[in-house]
Design a protein around this ligand. Structure first.
Ligand code: AMP
Ligand code: ZN
Length: 122
């Protein structure tokens, strides 16, 4: 838990969110400002600032987070099969357009058209 981190506060239940998943390692919830019909954020409970801060020692939970993202995408409106799919976006650092300094995956999907460039800060 990092002081004044909004995603730590959501993980702790101190700030409400439209949660779609919760387990001991991760939470997932709807982005408050969706850029696609399905726009979820997947967040590790541990406070990691960004993808620039991980090492090979983080491969285990990062792998689990990626598999969880795929499941949540298809459970929450993204179309399965080659005609469907989704985008996984990880804004990283200031030049990467990251606004909240707690690592998170954006899942963006749902029936097109939606603005391909509308991924946050893309
Ligand atoms: P990023 O630019 O990758 O750091 O993205 C941060 C995302 O968090 C943006 O898409 C915001 O819309 C989203 N966001 C900010 N505050 C909240 C909140 N309280 N609940 C849900 N999503 C949020
Ligand atoms: Zn945090």
């Amino acid at each position: 838990m990092s002081d004044n981190c909004i995603f730590c506060k959501i993980a702790a239940g101190d700030i409400p969110a439209k949660k779609v998943h919760e387990d001991e390692e991760f939470i997932a919830f709807h982005d408050i400002n969706p850029a696609a019909p399905t726009h979820l954020l997947v967040v590790p409970r541990r406070h990691v600032r960004s993808l620039a801060d991980v090492t090979s020692e983080d491969a285990g939970w990062l792998g689990r987070m990626t598999v969880l993202a795929q499941k949540l995408a298809f459970d929450n409106g993204c179309t399965p099969g080659h005609d469907g799919g989704f985008r996984l976006v990880v804004n990283t650092g200031q030049e990467g357009g990251q606004e909240i300094d707690h690592l998170h995956f954006h899942i963006l999907g749902g029936p097109r058209p939606w603005n391909k460039r509308a991924a946050p800060a893309a």
